[in-house]
Design a binder for this molecule. Structure first.
Ligand code: PXP
Length: 246
C-alpha cells in the first residue's frame, strides 16, 4: 500500500517568521503520525530557513514512524546526518536563492561526490534516496551510485496541472521513470508540488511506494484549523472579561 510521508518544513517556516517557539514542528510530527502519516520528512537546509538543528535532534527521538531527512551533499549536513542517523536520507540539490527545491539532483554530473555520500550514509545504516527528475540517465546513475531509492520529482507534472496534454506527458515520464527505476533494482518514491487535486494519478503509479507531501497539507491545515483557533482565542477573551466582572 502506498505510504504518505508528511513534510513538516512549513510548520517551521511559520515559527521562523517570528523566531519564536510556535508552532513546534515536533508537535506537528506527532499529530501527523496520529492522523496516519507513515513517515515524517524534514529538510535541514544549509541556511536553516525553516528546520533547525534542535528540531532534527528532538524529532529523531520522538518520531514513531520513520524520519526522512532531505539534505544537500554539503559536508556540514552530511556530518549531521551521520550523527543523527535518520531512517532515510533524501539527497536534494540546494541553492540559497531558491524558494523551494528546484529541479532534481544531477547525479550524472555530481556522480563521485553523490556516490561517496550514499556510501557514507549507508555505512551508518541510513537508506538513501536520490531526488531526481524522471530522466533515464539520472535513474541509471542513481542505481550505479548505490542508492536504495529514487524520489521522482513531481514538480513539473504539478506545474502543468490544468493543461491536460502537458500533464499527461509529464505523468507518462513519471510512469516510465518509475518502471525503469524498478528494473534497475531501485525502489521508488515521489514528491514535490503534490496537492489534493493532482495527487491521485501519481499515487496510482504501481511502483510508487511513498509520496512526500508538505506545502499543500500544511496550507490546508491552516484553513481547516482556523475556525477552531479563532473560537478558542475569543472564548478566552470573553471568559477573562466575565471573570473580571464577577
Ligand atoms: N520531496 C522533496 C525532495 C522536497 O524537496 C520537497 C520540498 O521540500 C517535497 C518532497 C515536498 O514538496 P511540497 O512541499 O511541494 O509538497
Amino acid at each position: 500500500m502506498i505510504r504518505l510521508g508528511v513534510n513538516i518544513d512549513h510548520v517551521a517556516t511559520v515559527r521562523q517568521a517570528r523566531k519564536t517557539v510556535e508552532p513546534d514542528p515536533v508537535a506537528a510530527a506527532s499529530i501527523a503520525e496520529m492522523a496516519g502519516a507513515e513517515g515524517i520528512t524534514v529538510h535541514l537546509r544549509e541556511d536553516r530557513r525553516h528546520m533547525q538543528d534542535r528540531d532534527i535532534k528532538i524529532l529523531r527521538k520522538t518520531i514513531r514512524t520513520s524520519l526522512n531527512l532531505e539534505m544537500a551533499v554539503c559536508e556540514e549536513i552530511v556530518q549531521i546526518a551521520e550523527e543523527i542517523i535518520p531512517d532515510y536520507a533524501c539527497l536534494v540539490p540546494e541553492k540559497r536563492e531558491e524558494v523551494t527545491t528546484e529541479g532534481g539532483l544531477d547525479v550524472v554530473g555530481g556522480f563521485a561526490r553523490i556516490k561517496e555520500v550514499v556510501s557514507r550514509l549507508n555505512a551508518k545504516g541510513v537508506k538513501v534516496s536520490l531526488f531526481i527528475d524522471p530522466v533515464l540517465e539520472q535513474i541509471e546513475a542513481s542505481a550505479k551510485a548505490g542508492a536504495q531509492y529514487v524520489e521522482l520529482h513531481t514538480g513539473t507534472y504539478a506545474e502543468c496541472w490544468g493543461n491536460e496534454e502537458k500533464t499527461g506527458k509529464e505523468l507518462d515520464k513519471l510512469i516510465k521513470g518509475a518502471a525503469f527505476a524498478k528494473s534497475k533494482g531501485l525502489r521508488v518514491n515521489g514528491g514535490h508540488g503534490l496537492t489534493y487535486q493532482n495527487v491521485k494519478p501519481v499515487a496510482a503509479i504501481s511502483e510508487m511506494e511513498e509520496l512526500n507531501i508538505g506545502h499543500s497539507i500544511i496550507s490546508r491545515a491552516v484553513l481547516v484549523g482556523l475556525d477552531r483557533a479563532v473560537r478558542e482565542m475569543r472564548d478566552l477573551m470573553v471568559e477573562a472579561v466575565r471573570f473580571k466582572s464577577e
